[in-house]
Design a protein around this ligand. Structure first.
Ligand code: SF4
Ligand code: SF4
Length: 306
């Protein structure tokens, strides 16, 4: 990591609905009190960080995110089936010399184009989403948004990550997609630390285990925030202990807090919770220092706010 690189903290969760976006938005606000922050909304299927920044102003035009999909340039298909056998997604069919490509299923890998002995397959761009930039105060918000009905989220996530990394901010907070599949993996990759948000329910307990294992497989240090503490009695703490992952803090459950979240109200007037989240950042900084982590930049950058 270069000295100019952002300190990137990803906020993720094994399951949706744990409060990950709320925590990501509030961490961005806390960091923005001392320096510039980019909040990257990588939950591209349902981006909603902007709900917390209703005065955000768009900067420039949205950037189209495209993949290259094949098309047949002639009807001289020999029906050799090379393309259909290679395509893992069943997106291309060649019957009786007629090639049909389902661009909704195509992932744009280009294998069929390379393999076609007749050279009749070429590629053309297909828009699958957008990456946009907004600004509110000292917070830059980069939002990835997939086209409605599309399933190719990873290219949109990578485009939003690139856009976020180009912002000249010291910090980057990522709001990651929930789960442990490809979208979450792409969103977590390249970050310095992952905050995993869990609620004390059986579903969340189960899915948190998967999220921790995903972070470990990426060699990504992580810690857990238990949100909605008191909402259920699943033993998140014991799971964390068994998997050797720190519990960073507990945030209590309250109906008024849930209503505020639905209305896009930040916690900046809530001294207790703000203090709690600052403590989380301090904890992360200490973890970097204790491990003598060679990535000094995150620790130094976090120093400034604590
Ligand atoms: S580009 Fe890849 S995914 Fe798309 S049709 Fe060809 S082999 Fe299938
Ligand atoms: S690889 Fe080319 S020639 Fe063979 S079936 Fe596909 S499109 Fe036709």
């Amino acid at each position: 990591m270069s000295i100019e690189a952002q300190c990137v903290i990803a906020v993720a969760s094994g399951k949706g609905g744990t409060g990950k976006t709320t925590i990501a938005a509030n961490l961005a606000v806390i960091l923005s009190s001392s320096d510039s922050v980019c909040l990257a909304d990588l939950d591209v299927e349902a981006p909603d960080c902007l709900g917390y920044f209703q005065h955000a102003i768009p900067i420039g035009q949205p950037e189209n995110v495209e993949i290259l999909v094949p098309f047949a340039t002639s009807s001289h298909c020999e029906a050799c089936s090379f393309c259909t056998k290679l395509c893992r997604f069943g997106a291309i069919v060649a019957i009786g010399g007629v090639v049909t490509i389902d661009t909704k299923l195509c992932k744009g890998c280009g294998l069929c184009v390379m393999a076609c002995p007749q050279g009749i397959l070429e590629e053309k761009p297909l828009k699958i989403g957008e990456a946009s930039t907004f600004i509110e105060g000292s917070i830059t918000i980069v939002e990835g948004r997939m086209n409605v009905g599309d399933i190719r989220s990873t290219s949109v996530i990578e485009a939003a990550k690139t856009k976020a990394s180009l912002q000249k901010t010291k910090y980057q907070i990522r709001d990651c997609p929930p789960g442990v599949s490809c979208p979450a993996t792409h969103a977590l990759a390249g970050s310095d630390y992952a905050i995993l948000v869990a609620e004390p329910t059986p579903f969340s307990l189960h899915d948190l285990g998967g999220a921790i294992r995903l972070c470990k497989s990426l060699s990504l240090p992580c810690g857990v925030i238990i949100n909605k503490d008191g909402f259920g009695n699943a033993d998140i703490e014991t799971l964390c202990k068994n998997l050797n992952v720190p519990v960073l803090t507990r945030l209590s459950y309250g109906q008024d807090r849930a209503v505020q979240g639905a209305r896009g109200v930040l916690w900046d007037q809530d001294d207790e919770t703000s203090k709690n989240l600052k403590g989380v950042l301090l904890n992360i900084k200490n973890q970097f220092q204790q491990k003598n982590d060679p990535r000094e930049t995150p620790s130094e950058r976090l120093e400034a706010i604590l």
